[in-house]
Design a protein around this ligand. Structure first.
Ligand SMILES: Nc1nc2c(ncn2[C@@H]2O[C@H](COP(=O)(O)OP(=O)(O)O)[C@@H](O)[C@H]2O)c(=O)[nH]1
Ligand SMILES: [Mg+2]
Length: 357
């Protein structure tokens, strides 16, 4: 229990026979239930889990769920979520089976949800001091790109590191999201954020230390995953616009996004024509150039205004940035630009990573 709230941890595993034992052995004492979901591993992960539990005298916190076929990490997490929901667990966290999630930092994620400051808390490794040096460069850049796109798609503009799997969610949120519809593979955190936003749920972005080189081997093939996720994020963005600003409520920002897309496509058309005429005749068609410039400027303006509106609509869903246990939500800068000094945090090295952004 954490401050009187029950806590479960879902551990999705696919071929983690060498790693999963470490995850189970270092599980914090306040965790009431560990839901290991084996996704049809071929390296005996499930046997390792059973043996590890037996060796520790039958840890009755651990429940092993086995998928009959490989369904993907997102689907495995949703299997765990459903089990936690049916047992009415207050806070359900996710820790990967490859030991990349530091158990000593779990309380930082559970706290905002247990204290009802947020409905969902997720780690943000990108802003942690020294992250640029400790996260493999290509992973950092790929993550930063997807995080930027996910801000636009999800409406959680204060959230970065959209690709982290280290999260905690509250029971109410689990009751709202359609767990059967969540994207089943690596894009699930992006999809989940979009779904949470449609229900106006608050998200905390907790700055945590990244963990690499603990014997894990990523199964992610970036060149395959990034294009697929970019497409997923785009389609989820369209779904959120429809669901949040047309079906459930109306906001003119959808018209702004629509106008940005329309003038953007027109601009591309006029630009292609301009280049074609220029090459064919050696002359730049002046009216064509003018219309192209008008389309480009309009598209940019419409797009930026739409984002600004979206930011304002979702501002109240910020469940905290850089929260640590024992520390109240970071103060917001006042309208005059002044800041209330935050209490010093014994968990954090001195630096700016714990500040409100
Ligand atoms: N259940 C399940 N888990 C998976 C699958 N693929 C990866 N995982 C788990 O998801 C977690 C993160 O995967 P990983 O490949 O390490 O991703 P990375 O840490 O972002 O590079 C690990 O615990 C994996 O065991 C899958 O197909 N099914
Ligand atoms: Mg990993």
């Amino acid at each position: 229990m954490f401050e009187g709230k029950t806590v479960a941890v879902v551990v999705p595993c696919y071929n983690e026979a060498t790693q999963v034992e470490k995850v189970l052995a270092t599980m914090p004492g306040f965790v009431d239930l560990v839901l290991v979901v084996d996704d049809r591993s071929t390296d005996g992960t499930a046997e390792v889990v059973r043996r590890s539990v037996a060796e520790r005298g039958g840890d009755d916190r651990v429940v092993l769920i086995e998928h009959e076929r490989n369904r993907g990490v997102g689907a495995a997490i949703c299997t765990g979520y459903k089990e936690a929901r049916s047992r009415r667990i207050d806070v359900t966290a996710v820790m990967a089976g490859d030991a990349q999630m530091d158990p000593d930092q779990l309380d930082a994620l559970v706290a905002p949800v247990a204290r009802s400051q947020a409905d969902y808390a997720k780690a943000n490794r990108l802003f942690y001091q020294g992250a640029w040096g400790s996260i493999p460069r290509h992973r950092y850049l790929g993550n930063a790109l997807l995080s930027m796109l996910t801000k636009i798609a999800s409406g959680y503009w204060h959230v970065a590191d959209s690709q982290t799997g280290y999260t905690a969610i509250g029971l109410d949120a689990l009751g709202l999201v359609d767990l059967d519809a969540v994207y089943p593979r690596y894009g699930y955190p992006n999809d989940l954020l979009v779904r949470l936003n449609v229900f106006d749920l608050r998200v905390a972005d907790v700055h945590l230390r990244p963990v690499y080189n603990v014997g894990e081997q990523s199964k992610m093939r970036l060149w395959r995953v990034v294009p697929r996720m970019t497409w997923l994020i785009f389609t989820r963005f369209l779904w959120r616009m429809k669901e949040k600003y047309v079906v459930r409520d109306f906001h003119p920002l959808v018209l702004f996004y629509g106008a940005a897309a329309f003038t953007g496509v027109m601009g591309v058309g006029f630009f292609i024509r301009l280049v074609y005429v220029w090459i064919a005749t050696g002359l730049i068609p002046e009216i064509n150039a003018l219309v192209w410039a008008l389309c480009a400027i309009s598209s940019t303006q419409f797009g930026l205004f739409a984002m600004w509106f979206d930011m304002e609509v979702n501002r109240h869903l910020n469940g905290g940035i850089g929260l640590r246990p024992g520390r109240p939500p970071a103060p917001r800068p006042s309208r005059t630009g002044g800041r209330t000094p935050a209490a010093p945090d014994p968990h954090e090295p001195s630096g700016s990573e714990g500040d409100a952004a």
